[in-house]
Design a protein around this ligand. Structure first.
Ligand SMILES: Cc1ncc(COP(=O)(O)O)c(C=O)c1O
Length: 389
């Protein structure tokens, strides 16, 4: 079966956050939301459910939990049980719940930067102390590669640190960490008795044959200290339906997590649950085609940067649909996204939103038809060229 990812979809006038936030003349390539129609089985399942016409309170879907148990076993050799799964309306909520559930006010939460903005704010929202170490950045020619920085983490940790927030695959630097890297990190967390919260929302957005390894799948001891966060939202382009989940195999940790949710976090939307079940049960062929399209988009964008943007350094993401570009040598200053918005009418994320090490960078979303990607890259090229003159 073939899928058409090339066809641009009109999203203006649909209350889309991505397309509605800025002016009509701005091309949006910022928030992690793709410009593709969701797979047909999801649309069909939603239509069937809507046609029923009764939208009373729901309950967790047994079929969805069974599908997830089978998926973790089949994709990762990871044996989980339906009761390990806690449904959530969103993963930013998940990051806040974990920060609230682990330790006490004043305790430390360790992260690596740059990283997805809510990693910086969730601990602080929950009266925890943020401790951070920069990722280890390595430049080779025009390319940038990041690794976990274990000496940096060892230097940043304090006696009251209780939690490590991991982003894998990593937003914004696009790494899918290897088994060896994850094992080193798991050892570190064991040595320091840290709970691991692993945000794996991008785990299905794998490019060019990359494998994803959930850190909890490394060993039962690692699973006992890990809360894994996942969702169909990024992969199947259903973030507006609000359905995601945590996998927590340690019953005591799960109880703590559920206690931190009590009375605050609403049940998952019934349509979100339907979409999640269809996504995971019926859309493997669509996902395979999406991965191939995104891989070609990545390659197109990296080549474009190499050929047309002198001075710009790029990651070559292994996963996600996010390109992390270093514009520090272009003369566009500390806030290049601001300049791009005002002068090139292109919305991308400002690197500084991702914390230390992001200043002078931008994050570009390439989850879109290639024609839109090309247009966005051309707008960056023109501004970079103008700044060089
Ligand atoms: C790493 C990461 N976690 C969480 C989220 C947001 O999750 P949600 O929309 O479920 O709150 C994103 C969205 O970009 C993300 O990149």
């Amino acid at each position: 079966m073939t899928f058409d990812f090339d066809h641009p979809v009109e999203r203006r006038g649909t209350d889309s956050g991505k397309w509605g936030w800025f002016g009509e003349d701005v091309l949006p390539m910022w928030v992690a939301d793709m410009d593709f129609v969701s797979p047909q089985p999801i649309i069909d399942a939603l239509l069937r459910r809507v046609q029923h016409g009764v939208f009373g309170y729901g309950m967790d879907s047994t079929a969805l939990k069974q599908t997830l148990v089978a998926r973790m076993a089949q994709r990762y050799g990871w044996a989980i049980q339906p009761e390990d799964i806690v449904m959530l309306p969103g993963l930013v909520s998940g990051l806040n719940i974990v920060s609230r559930a682990v330790g006490e006010p004043g305790d430390g939460v360790l992260i690596n930067t740059p990283v997805y903005g809510p990693f910086l704010t969730a601990p602080v929202n929950q009266q925890r102390t943020l401790q951070s170490a920069p990722l280890h950045a390595m430049q080779a020619g025009r390319h940038l590669h990041y690794e976990l920085n274990m000496p940096g983490l060892a230097a940043a940790i304090a006696p009251h640190t209780r939690l490590f927030l991991l982003c894998n695959p990593h937003n914004p630097v696009g790494r899918a960490f290897t088994r060896t890297e994850l094992a080193t990190l798991a050892d570190f967390c064991e040595q320091h008795n840290l709970v691991i919260c692993s945000d794996e929302i991008h785990c299905d957005l794998l490019l060019g044959g990359t494998q994803h390894i959930p850190i909890a799948s490394l060993a039962p001891e690692v699973a006992q200290r890990t809360i894994t966060l996942m969702a169909p939202s990024k992969t199947f382009n259903v973030p507006g339906l609000g359905a995601s989940f945590a996998i927590i195999q340690n019953p005591a940790l799960r109880k703590q997590f559920e206690a931190a949710m009590a009375g605050i976090v609403p049940h998952v939307n019934i349509l979100g649950m339907v979409a999640a079940e269809a996504a995971y049960a019926e859309c493997d062929d669509w996902l395979q085609a999406l991965q191939a399209y995104l891989t070609a988009n990545r390659d197109f964008a990296v080549r474009y940067v190499e050929e047309h943007m002198p001075g710009v350094i790029t990651t070559i993401p292994e996963a996600t649909y996010l390109l992390w570009l270093d514009l520090r040598a272009t003369g566009l200053g500390e806030k290049p996204a601001d300049r791009l918005l005002k002068e090139a009418k292109l919305a991308v994320n400002e690197g500084s939103w991702f914390g230390a090490g992001g200043e002078g960078f931008i994050r570009l979303n390439f989850g879109c038809p290639r024609s839109i990607l090309k247009e966005g890259l051309e707008r960056i090229r023109a501004l970079v060229a103008a700044a060089a003159n």
